[in-house]
Design a protein. Structure first.
Length: 318
């Protein structure tokens, strides 16, 4: 039976949410091996996946710091939902710090991209220029390409980087990405390190909130609503009143998150329209995520069940 699960948004500081020492150590060992391979001249690709709020950005930053400590040049970019229609915007941010170091021929092709020139461009020429420019850069110093929220990088940038990633071989290059979905490009299994962040156990979520000053009973309620997502748990705690945090007042049965996570969620929901928003309200009433039940409920309410498909396509639910 198909089931759905909500996806959540990255909190402002994910470093507080990493409490499982054994799993963090295991991930760190994988990262160390990937950086070591790249420094040794064998290209490596790492992808960290997990729901928004799961701490994936913290892990990606830890990997970037390890690359920096190893002497690699780190180039960064990050996706944002509002920039997905900005052609080559992600690539522009990635290349801007090193534009002056590209060979002349590649620089002529890539300068308009870095400047976000809105004129036409040849996708094949851009892909080739990116491949040659970045591999040439890695000859003088190992390079780490770090892309956060890769799901929200514009498609043209992903396509432009795809040739570079697929053709990596004996190159001192590390490509590290993080997102909700699998990596956006196909690479051989011996080059790919895939890290999928699991839901945080309930007792760890409670301990996390208690350490942030929340009463045990209130922390337990927020942890239950968060369903293993530390970012959501913290956002729910941040929305509590002082009395709720202290355990003097009961936490709402359907609590509302606060902060950056809630702001981003509201912005995204407004962008999807009323039909999808109403479908999500109905879906939220079924804790099991049973799509057959949710579709039947939508039809009984006079709504089209296809709006659930729209929500899934938009990445609001899994």
């Amino acid at each position: 039976m198909e089931r759905i699960q909500p996806t959540f948004f990255r909190p402002p500081d994910a470093s507080d949410y990493v409490t499982d020492v054994e799993s963090v150590q295991g991930i760190d060992e994988e990262f160390a091996a990937a950086v070591g391979r790249a420094l040794g001249g064998s290209a490596s690709v790492v992808h960290v996946s997990g729901a928004r709020g799961s701490g994936r950005s913290w892990h990606l930053e830890a990997l970037a710091q390890r690359a920096i400590n190893g002497g690699m040049r780190v180039l960064r970019t990050a996706g944002h939902p509002s920039d997905r229609t900005l052609a080559l915007g992600g690539l522009s941010a990635l290349l801007r710090p090193v534009r002056d170091q590209f060979p002349t021929r590649q620089r002529v092709l890539l300068d308009p991209i870095v400047a976000l020139d809105d004129g036409p461009f040849d996708p094949t020429a851009v892909r080739t220029a990116v491949f040659r420019a970045l591999t040439a850069l890695a000859v003088s110093r190992p390079v780490a390409i770090v892309v956060d929220d890769v799901d929200d990088i514009d498609p043209d940038s992903i396509e432009a980087l795809s040739l570079f990633v697929r053709r990596l071989d004996a190159d001192a290059v590390l490509v590290a990405t993080a997102g909700c979905s699998p990596p956006p490009w196909t690479v051989s299994a011996d080059r790919l390190t895939a890290v999928k962040l699991a839901a945080m156990p309930h007792d760890q979520l409670v301990r996390l909130l208690v350490e942030r000053g929340v009463n045990v009973s209130s922390a337990d309620s927020a942890a239950s609503s968060a369903a293993g997502n530390p970012g959501l748990a913290v956002a729910l705690a941040d929305a509590m009143s002082d009395d709720q945090r202290a355990g003097r007042s009961a936490v709402a049965l359907l609590p509302r998150p606060a902060g950056a996570l809630a702001d981003e969620l509201h912005r995204q929901l407004r962008g999807h329209g009323d039909r999808v928003t109403r479908a999500l309200v109905v879906a939220a009433c079924d804790p099991n995520g049973d799509t057959m039940c949710i579709r039947a409920a939508l039809e009984l309410l006079g709504e089209e069940s296809s709006c659930l498909d729209e929500a899934e396509a938009a990445g609001v639910i899994d």
